[in-house]
Design a protein around this ligand. Sequence first.
Ligand code: SF4
Length: 294
Amino acid sequence: MDIEKEKKAIERLKAFEPECEPYYLCYSGGKDSDCIRILAQLAGVKHEVHHNLTTVDAPETVRYVKSVGAIIDKAYYSDGKQKTMWNLIVNKKIPPTRLIRYCCEELKEHGGKGKMKITGVRWGESKSRKECKGIINIIGKSKTMQKKAESESVEYNVNRQGGLILNMDNSENRRFVENCYRTTSTLLNPIIDWTDSDVWEFLHYYGCDSNPLYQCGFKRIGCIGCPFASYSMRYKEFGLYPKYRKNYIRAFDKMLLARNQAGLTNNAKWDTAIDVFKWWMNEDINQLSFFDEE
Ligand code: SF4
């Protein structure tokens, strides 16, 4: 295990700890979020472990996050009704896709507003992460934030989304973060520079069993049917969890009705919910026969 990386992650957690309130620790139930959960305990910083329920989490994941004592947060519409993947698909009148990624924003990222959040984001997860994530990420309002940062001698970069990246743990940066996290979305990524093997070695050293789905061959823990997962992964998931596939198809059915009522054009030539499902999976009819008939 890389002791230096562990020490550094603990220092980061201590350095940016808010004075009067706990960190909001974003806990997905995956291996990276287990690392930040254990690191926050080792650092002795005030924190609350939160899992934002997407309603398309695997049942094993929901059981696992409950077993570690995470607080389960749900998303709600303004009338008090719970937001689910199924009603979002109907309300948005389009399935979630890699380009139209409304579900993360509505179901996953809504929690912890005005709180300093800890995430298990790592550069090693994708190339684009290296360009747009740092030890601290301040999301949005770039011009205002840039002016403020410059006036306080903060060292920062701007990412493609216009957010600020801070990679230095100096007193100016710490003061800046302490003063702005309540009004912005501010994320601390203490294991940003960890590799997959750093993560696994750390978890084994501290005796963390991890989400049981890893023992079933899952490489990543996420939502069932997530459009960001590989095709083979999505097929595997829908084979293992046929009820979720049925729920998606049922939601697509209602979505088609909503689209008709709203007079939307049918460029994708969707006649049935199965057409939508095939389009969504981006595969042809032969591959769809992989699934049992309804
Ligand atoms: S399905 Fe994918 S894009 Fe949607 S909330 Fe889940 S992880 Fe985010």
